[in-house]
Design a protein around this ligand. Structure first.
Ligand code: GAR
Length: 211
């Protein structure tokens, strides 16, 4: 480690939470210099909340408000307040199925990352693995990127490929992509926690000693 205090992670998810588990386990094992301090979900019975509680990490359901695809303005302020109260330094979207709007984006500008199950910029949006399979690509994968106001469009931090096999179904391809996600996401969080990067335009670059 680099002697700095662990990066405080706030993790947002709507689903089963396997990416959260990969990150939390990497933190607990000391493989990355970070600590999950809060897990928030917009789904009351989401697996991610149960996974967090099993690990004694504070976990809360917070109402998303009146919309289906995003947080409403009132809810957004509650989510921001909760993350601020926990002194979150990096917001990590791990299967969070709502589009972030200006309230959260501006409160944590440049400090929100996401994982997406395709090699962006190909196949943004929902069920990206199914889009890749239907398109007929031979290589699929996952991407970790900074979040901006677009859909899966911010600067790319890291990517990992997986092959698409002839016998694949949407389920088997997603399963293979998830194995890659569980390696890539902790590695990218570790890179950010080490503060060994800079952003030039759309390019996220590693810092070498000579840079
Ligand atoms: C992951 O495959 C992630 O890439 C995807 O949701 C899944 C969550 O799984 N996210 C998106 O599609 C966001 N556009 P998990 O709950 O087991 O981490």
């Amino acid at each position: 480690m680099n002697g700095q205090s662990p990066l405080r992670l706030g993790i947002l998810g709507s689903g089963k939470g396997s990416n959260f588990v990969a990150i939390a386990d990497a933190c607990a094992a000391g493989r990355i210099n970070a600590v999950p301090v809060q897990v928030l979900s917009d789904v009351e019975d989401a697996g991610i909340l149960a996974q967090a509680r099993q690990r004694n990490i504070p976990a809360r359901y917070l109402s998303p408000g009146k919309f289906r695809t995003r947080l409403d303005e009132v809810a957004e302020q509650t989510w921001v307040a909760s993350l601020r109260e926990a002194q979150v330094e990096l917001v990590v979207l791990a299967g969070f199925m709502r589009v972030l709007k200006i309230g959260l984006l501006s409160a944590f500008a440049g400090k929100i990352i996401n994982i997406h199950p395709s090699l962006l910029p190909a196949f943004p949006g929902l069920e990206a693995w199914r889009q890749a399979l239907d398109y007929g690509v031979k290589v699929a994968g996952c991407t970790v990127h900074f979040v901006d106001a677009g859909i899966d469009s911010g600067p790319i931090i890291g990517q990992q490929t997986v092959p698409v096999l002839d016998g694949d179904t949407a389920a088997t391809l997603h399963e293979r992509i998830q194995v890659a996600e569980h390696e890539l996401y902790p590695a990218c969080v570790g890179k950010l926690a080490h503060r060994g990067f800079c952003v030039q335009g759309r390019r996220v670059l590693g810092l070498s000693p000579r840079a």
